[in-house]
Design a binder for this molecule. Structure first.
Ligand code: ATP
Ligand code: MG
Length: 385
């Protein structure tokens, strides 16, 4: 009796002619998630079967694969030959110890002597005689014993479906440059857009020595957590210290964040275009803070040319964002209390509705090209996986 893992995928089913492509990328991502664990992945029709692994690592494999976008559900199953005795011994292994249950058989191999209804009745009856603490409930059972009789003379027997991450395989929907702060929102934004299949790189801006090294380690940890969903992640770390000092020296205090945002966009676009990204992704949510008004968004976006900004959280409430960040495991790190570059030189009254003409006038005092160039020179690149 061999333990295997069944991986079922989501929307890929909807893809017509492209389906082969989506399946190929999905399988590569599954393989990638299992790096360092001996295994084989087979693809019989419509799903994937992971086999030939060390059975003590089954839970770890499920945990890793459940984070691969495109995964709908998974099951740890026993693969046996499709005869009554072998199926029965697998059923005994997965069957519940008490409570209500039903048996659900799927018979792909029509040559199997019992049809699915007969099989349900036969196995259900045997379980009832074997264990008096069990009761049948076909409508709302606490447990289900699944038997899948395949055409190749094998059967898969399992007792549960584990929910996967859903979405589309990373790598099937272009590339984006994620602006990753140390906050709650941007890691969630990265998660949401990667879930739709976008491959990400991340960029983080710091103001060392005004911000400390712990703030930076925090972002590296967020990127690492995110990398489990994004099939690895390259993190660019860029200093905006000098830019902030120059804004502070030459421009109105209330424009600090407005102007800094424009520099972030420019720098992200430059690095993104070099690394093949097609857009910027941020964790902004409309109206959440002073800089996230439509005027603020217009101001920061207007420095970009043919480089769209995607904001997957634009319509989310903070409580909804927090809920996702807890679920994906970034929340505890995000709330560590280290300063972000946006809190350095923070004006008492940041501009809420910046006027683009005024912003551009203030910015004329700065040597934009030189500042951007120096920031790019400061960029460090880390690969997290
Ligand atoms: P977050 O929780 O993601 O920090 P926030 O609610 O604090 O978001 P802002 O500080 O206004 O909002 O930032 C808006 C977005 O700008 C962030 O979601 C992120 O995408 C980007 N951003 C802000 N600060 C940085 C930074 N230091 N480095 C990279 N991106 C940043
Ligand atoms: Mg923030």
């Amino acid at each position: 009796m061999e333990k295997v893992i069944i991986v079922r995928y989501c929307e890929i089913h909807l893809k017509g002619n492209n389906r082969g492509y989506f399946e190929k990328v999905f399988q590569e991502n599954l393989e990638r998630a299992l790096r360092g664990i001996r295994h084989e992945i087979r693809r019989p029709s419509g799903r994937y079967i992971v086999e030939n692994f060390d059975e003590s690592r089954a839970d770890e494999i499920v945990a890793r694969l459940s984070k691969v976008f495109g995964t709908h559900t998974l099951s740890v199953a026993y693969k046996v030959s499709a005869d009554m005795d072998s199926i029965w011994s697998a059923v005994l292994t997965v069957a519940p110890q008490d409570g209500t249950f039903k048996v659900q058989t799927n018979r792909a191999d029509k040559k199997f002597p019992l049809d699915s209804m007969q099989m349900n009745a036969e196995i259900g009856g045997r379980l009832l005689s074997a264990n008096p603490r069990l009761k049948v409930d076909v409508h709302d059972p606490q447990h289900v014993v699944y038997i899948d009789i395949r055409e190749n003379g094998t059967a898969l027997v399992f007792g549960a479906y584990v929910k996967g991450a859903g979405g589309m395989p990373v790598g099937t929907a272009g590339r984006g440059m994620l602006l990753l702060s140390g906050g709650i929102d941007s890691p969630v934004a990265g998660y949401m857009i990667a879930k739709r299949g976008m491959q990400l790189e991340a960029i983080h801006f710091h103001s060392y020595p005004y911000t400390n090294l712990q703030a930076r380690e925090k972002v590296e940890e967020l990127a690492r957590i995110l990398s489990e969903y994004t099939c690895g992640l390259t993190l660019h770390v860029v200093s905006v210290t000098h830019i902030q000092e120059e804004i502070h020296r030459l421009c109105p205090a209330e424009m600090m964040i407005t102007l800094l945002r424009r520099f972030m966009m420019r720098i992200a676009e430059r690095i993104g275009k070099k690394t093949g990204a097609q857009c910027i992704v941020t964790g902004e949510s409309l109206g959440q803070v002073a800089s996230q008004t439509i005027e603020g968004i217009t101001s920061s976006e207007s420095v970009l040319e043919r480089f769209p900004v995607l904001r997957p959280l634009i319509g989310f409430d903070k409580t909804e964002i927090i809920e996702i960040s807890r679920r994906i495991g970034t929340y505890e790190t995000s709330i560590l209390p280290y300063e972000d570059c946006c809190t350095v030189f923070l004006p008492k009254h940041p501009l809420i509705r910046p006027d683009l003409a005024e912003v551009e006038r203030a910015e004329n005092k700065l040597d934009i090209e030189k500042l951007v160039g120096a920031a790019l020179d400061s960029a460090e690149t880390l690969r997290l996986s």
